[in-house]
Design a protein around this ligand. Structure first.
Ligand SMILES: Cc1cc2nc3c(=O)[nH]c(=O)nc-3n(C[C@H](O)[C@H](O)[C@H](O)COP(=O)(O)OP(=O)(O)OC[C@H]3O[C@@H](n4cnc5c(N)ncnc54)[C@H](O)[C@@H]3O)c2cc1C
Length: 316
């Protein structure tokens, strides 16, 4: 299979031309490797192992990572188009790269050079795959209230606590984990940091959560019991910066979520148009009834084009 990376580098100078090639290749992948299997995988809530392997081959796990660190170095507006196309076929697939890339970009923007060289190339290939561990059973939006503590012990931290709703944590193997190194610090964020944690003993996936929708993707509760992490894994090498780092990383998640909305809205519009042209009442296709035509027109303008305009402007 040709990879996105091949096409990015082979075609050289014109970014717009590269982007077209990349999106065309993505469309072919979605048409042949995803669309035929969506209903079955979604109904069974079955993990998308084969799709993930193909996404690795295409370089999607490193699409935003700089080429210097083994990624494709794409822009966030190209990323929004990628997420839009994926979501029009199956939104769950976009979740596989969302928190993974938030983690990746948090390291790329804030990590030490040694951290970038150690982790980003493996994150770009998908050898290391994961996301962000922020939310806890008693705390979501108010992240300064987290209770997971990392206590210093020589050149390690000893982590104790639990996280919940963590995407990519069952089948993934790495997380940017938000912890408190000093629970007494004031203001609270001064006692927080982000640790790059790879799975190991004492990092337990305690429960996979059942969801009403957004099937096929793993979202779990995690428990850390005296889990040891090297001090060198503090993103940026300095305590007290974790909240700021992750809040800026979450901006990418907002672009992803907005682009998902565009993709889903566009798919709904396409389906509605196709159905309204095929379904007949009172001797004509229902799209020829004025009330239906008005609804379709409203969907096209409000549900899709406005959002599409917004995500096209996506920039970090
Ligand atoms: C499918 C799924 C996947 C997820 N994946 C991840 C993941 O990978 N990693 C991760 O760390 N988390 C993840 N989350 C958790 C998600 O980030 C949290 O659900 C989110 O941060 C909100 O937290 P909460 O649900 O605890 O709501 P709370 O923080 O308890 O808030 C409850 C409600 O009150 C509102 N509210 C809170 N404070 C205020 C205020 N000051 N003013 C007005 N309104 C307020 C909130 O908007 C919300 O509607 C995931 C969640 C879901 C559903």
């Amino acid at each position: 299979m040709a990879t996105i990376e091949d096409q990015t580098h082979d075609t050289g100078d014109d970014y717009a031309e590269n982007e077209t090639l990349i999106l065309d290749m993505l469309d072919r992948f979605l048409k042949t490797e995803v669309k035929p299997y969506v209903h079955e995988l979604d109904a069974k809530d079955e993990y998308l192992h084969e799709i993930v392997e193909k996404m690795k081959e295409m370089g999607l796990f490193g699409c935003l990572i700089d080429t210097e660190y083994g990624g494709l170095g794409l822009s966030t507006s190209t990323y929004a188009k990628i997420v839009d196309r994926i979501s029009a076929v199956w939104m769950s697939v976009s979740g596989i790269i969302n928190s993974h890339l938030i983690m990746a970009m948090t390291i790329q923007r804030n990590g030490t050079e040694a951290q970038k060289r150690e982790f980003l190339p493996r994150i770009a290939t998908g050898e290391l795959r994961g996301g962000i561990g922020l939310t806890e059973p008693d705390c979501g939006i108010d992240l300064q209230a987290i209770r997971t503590v990392a206590r210093r012990d020589g050149d390690h931290y000893v982590v104790n606590g639990s996280k919940t709703w963590i995407t990519n944590s069952k089948y993934g193997n790495v997380l940017a984990l938000l912890v408190k190194t000093d629970p007494e610090a004031q203001p609270l964020h001064k006692g927080m940091c982000l640790l790059i944690v790879e799975k190991g003993p004492a990092f337990e996936v305690s429960r996979q959560l059942q969801k009403l929708g957004y099937k096929g993707i793993d979202t779990c509760e995690l428990t850390f019991t005296d889990f040891r992490v090297l001090v060198s894994r503090v993103i940026g090498g300095k305590e007290g910066l974790g909240l700021k780092q992750i809040l800026s990383g979450l901006e990418l998640g907002r672009i992803n979520v907005a682009a998902r909305g565009v993709g889903v809205a566009q798919a709904a519009l396409d389906e509605a148009i196709a159905y309204s042209q095929q379904r007949k009442t009172f001797g004509k296709p229902i799209c020829e009834h004025q009330a239906i035509a008005l609804k379709l027109g409203e969907m096209a303008t409000r549900g899709s084009r406005t959002l599409a305009h917004r995500f096209r402007r996506a920039r970090l």
